[in-house]
Structures are given as structure tokens and as C-alpha cells.
Design a protein around this ligand. Structure first.
Ligand code: HEC
Ligand code: HEC
Ligand code: HEC
Length: 199
């Protein structure tokens, strides 16, 4: 008795479907769905492309400055060969903060187009503000990007320098976050003349 029941069910779906108005609606839905998938795939690809180191340094003011500095640090070159690339530190992993960051970044791109940082002089002039933005952002998200790779819980304190071990133990107690102490780990310090507060 099972078979006919199933066929009956299928037939009634087909009956419903083949009414012209519904056929149109159905086609519309299917095309919409396929279109949506196509959009998401393209969107994802664009996100991936603009989330690569190559994209970050395709802008010459980045290539000539922060990139050169970063290449001399442990996050570019170290004994284990594990690297942290620009997006690892500057683009949050989760989708929503990522989108917010992209929108903010597009303002920076806009700044470039408008000539805000398109020469080394102008880049230097805006450097402090950009650094402060990153410090504030990392302070507010508890240095989330750093913690995607590092974690107090898994540090081998016996392998660290005494000062590092002491400071980290203290930081866990007082709730300090990486960026409170580890500024300027990938780039040079901007000109801090006359700056009263870091943030
Ligand atoms: C993609 C992973 C990754 C991210 C993200 C990352 N790190 Fe690292 N970090 C590493 C690796 C790998 C090393 C080198 C380990 C070694 O020496 O073998 C390192 C080394 C360090 C060191 C010791 C060397 C030095 O430069 O003095 C500090 C301090 C440090 N990281 C802090 C940070 C902070 C602060 C952040 C966030 C702003 C951060 N890291 C983000 C992977 C990462
Ligand atoms: C209270 C300040 C403070 C905080 C907060 C802090 N550190 Fe450190 N850290 C230090 C000091 C000081 C050193 C030693 C620096 C040196 O020798 O140049 C150090 C050293 C390190 C090193 C190198 C250790 C070694 O001996 O090779 C790593 C890696 C590191 N910190 C990662 C982090 C990460 C990741 C965070 C956030 C989860 C963090 N630190 C938070 C003060 C701090
Ligand atoms: C290990 C983490 C890390 C990596 C990798 C990293 N940055 Fe940064 N970046 C920072 C931090 C932290 C700041 C805030 C200023 C500071 O402390 O140096 C910053 C600041 C900046 C600024 C603001 C101007 C300035 O000099 O402070 C720019 C622009 C920048 N980064 C671009 C890049 C680009 C491009 C790359 C890749 C070539 C890169 N960063 C790789 C952590 C990182």
C-alpha cells in the first residue's frame, strides 16, 4: 500500500505545480535561487581576493612602508616558518566584523583615491591616526586577531624570557590584552611627537 500513496503525493505536487501561474512562480524561484548562489560565490571570491596579502601590498604606499618593515619581523620570518600575513592581523575572521572592517577599509581606499595617503609624505602624516585606529580596535576586541594564533593558556612559560613570563602572568591577573604591551611588533612606530594618549 505504500507505493501508490507516495505516487499520489507526488502527483498532487505535480498537479499543483503545472498550473501556469505556479509554473511561472516556480521558475522565478529557481532562477532566483541559482542567481543567489552565483552572487554568493562571486562575492566570496571577491572577499577572498581582497583578503590576501598580495592585495594589501598592491597599493604602493603599503608596499614601500609597512610591508618593508614587516619583512624584518618575526611574523614574516622565523625559525618555524609560520607567517602572519597582513589580513591575519588586520581582518577579523568572523563574517560580520569582517564586513564592518571592509566597509571601514573602503573608506581608507577612498582616502587613497582622494589623495590622502598617496605619497610617502602624506602616508607619514596620517600614519599616527591609522596606528591609533588599529590600537583602539585591538584594545576593544581583546586583541582577537593575535589570539587567533597565540593564547596565554598554551604558552610554555618555562621557555620564555623571565620578563615575558612575569609580564604575562601579571597580564592574566589584571586582564591586560596583547596590544596593551605589544605595539609596534610588525611596523615602525609612527612619529609620536606631542602625543599624550596612545589611543
Ligand atoms: C597567523 C598567526 C599569528 C598572528 C595573527 C599573530 N602572531 Fe605573533 N607570532 C606568530 C608566530 C608564528 C610567531 C613566531 C614564533 C617563532 O618565533 O617561532 C609570532 C611571534 C610573536 C612574538 C615574538 C616575536 C616578536 O615579534 O617579538 C610576539 C611578541 C607576538 N607574536 C605578538 C603578537 C601580537 C601582539 C599579535 C596581534 C597584533 C600577533 N602576534 C599576531 C603568529 C601569529
Ligand atoms: C603586561 C604586558 C604584556 C602583555 C599584556 C602581553 N605581553 Fe607578551 N611580552 C611582554 C614582555 C615584556 C615580553 C618580553 C619582550 C622582549 O623580550 O622583547 C613579552 C614577550 C612575548 C613573546 C615572546 C616570548 C619569548 O620569550 O620568546 C610573545 C610570543 C608574546 N609576548 C606574546 C603575547 C601575546 C600573544 C599576548 C596577548 C595574549 C601578550 N604577549 C600579552 C609583555 C606583555
Ligand atoms: C603581527 C600582526 C601584524 C601584521 C602581520 C601586520 N600588521 Fe599592520 N599593524 C599591526 C599593528 C599592531 C598596528 C598598529 C600600529 C603598531 O603597533 O605598529 C598596525 C598598523 C598598520 C598600519 C597603520 C600605520 C602604521 O604604521 O601604524 C598599516 C597601514 C598596516 N598596519 C598595514 C599592514 C600591511 C600592509 C601588512 C602586511 C604587509 C601588515 N600591516 C601586517 C599589526 C600587524
Amino acid at each position: 500500500m505504500k507505493q501508490p500513496e507516495k505516487a499520489g503525493w507526488l502527483r498532487s505536487v505535480w498537479q499543483w505545480w503545472r498550473r501556469p501561474s505556479r509554473l511561472e512562480l516556480g521558475t522565478l524561484l529557481i532562477t532566483g535561487f541559482a542567481g543567489g548562489i552565483f552572487f554568493l560565490a562571486t562575492f566570496q571570491k571577491t572577499m577572498e581576493n581582497s583578503n590576501s596579502e598580495a592585495f594589501c601590498i598592491s597599493r604602493h604606499e603599503m608596499n614601500n612602508t609597512v610591508y618593508q618593515e614587516y619583512m624584518t619581523t618575526a611574523h614574516y620570518n622565523n625559525r618555524s616558518g609560520v607567517r602572519a600575513t597582513c589580513p591575519d592581523c588586520h581582518v577579523p575572521h568572523e563574517f560580520v566584523p569582517k564586513m564592518v572592517r571592509k566597509i571601514q577599509a573602503s573608506k581608507e581606499l577612498y582616502g587613497k583615491i582622494m589623495g590622502t595617503i598617496d605619497t610617502p609624505q602624506k602616508f607619514e602624516a596620517h600614519r599616527l591616526t591609522m596606528a591609533q585606529n588599529e590600537w583602539r580596535r585591538m584594545k576593544n576586541n581583546n586583541s582577537q586577531e593575535c589570539c587567533n594564533c597565540h593564547n596565554f593558556d598554551y604558552m610554555d612559560y618555562s621557555g620564555q624570557k623571565t620578563v615575558a613570563m612575569e609580564k604575562h602572568t601579571e597580564a592574566i591577573k589584571t586582564g591586560q590584552t596583547c596590544i596593551d604591551c605589544h605595539k609596534v611588533i610588525a611596523h615602525q612606530l609612527p612619529d609620536m611627537h606631542g602625543v599624550k594618549s596612545e589611543f
